[in-house]
Design a protein around this ligand. Sequence first.
Ligand SMILES: C[S@@+](CC[C@H](N)C(=O)[O-])C[C@H]1O[C@@H](n2cnc3c(N)ncnc32)[C@H](O)[C@@H]1O
Length: 233
Amino acid sequence: MTDQDLKPLFAAAAANLVYNAPLSEERVADLVRRLAPADADRRVLDLGCGSGELLRRLCRTHGVAGDGVEYDPAIAERARAAAPDLDQVTFHTADATTWTRPADVVVNVGGSHIWDGTAPALAALQRLTRAGGRLLFGEGFYRTAPTDQIREAFGDLPDLAGLARLATTAGFRPLHVAESTLAEWDDFESDWRAGIEQVGTPQARAFADRRREEYLGGYRGVLGFAWLILMPA
Ligand SMILES: C[S@@+](CC[C@H](N)C(=O)[O-])C[C@H]1O[C@@H](n2cnc3c(N)ncnc32)[C@H](O)[C@@H]1O
């Protein structure tokens, strides 16, 4: 299948998800509580915000204003349409690498590819996190040694200790380090494939079959997803 064939299938998968990451409601509530800004004048910034739900949750719960930055116009429009009444949240259709205004709570979940990898992403996000603020960084890592095939698919990721070290090298103090559970992964992968099943074509089914095999017979339990709350050092 060409990239052109795959694009609508990835879009169908994303459209079926609230969060495009292995993330349960319990973890959302925990992260939102941990990320409480010091006062209501603080600002939240989510780079690569996708549906914008995490940003909306943070802003609603803590009564603060926020910006979501999303490159894909259709996804940004969906984020805008989800809560038109929430006027303290603005969604920008833009390339996050062009954003220069720092914020007090910065979020980047599953979006290090925006800066071409973990280390450059952490360096860029450090510049955008105000002193005394927090960065929520959701990022992949290897829980166990990957096969060559898995490494080819997901790239050269660190282990969890290596990921925390990259954060300290970038000028952060890790305040909270956690990882998605296998149940969160299984739900995420199932919901992702369910979006593709809804397309219903033989091509879509073949793609869903391939992804299920790659997950269940390959990266399940090998690829991890970390949740780091980081404070500028
Ligand atoms: C894996 S998804 C994660 C979305 C969201 N953070 C979440 O957890 O649900 C990555 C998102 O980053 C967006 N993205 C990719 N490149 C971008 C860029 N240069 N600037 C802004 N957003 C970008 C994609 O369109 C996608 O919505």
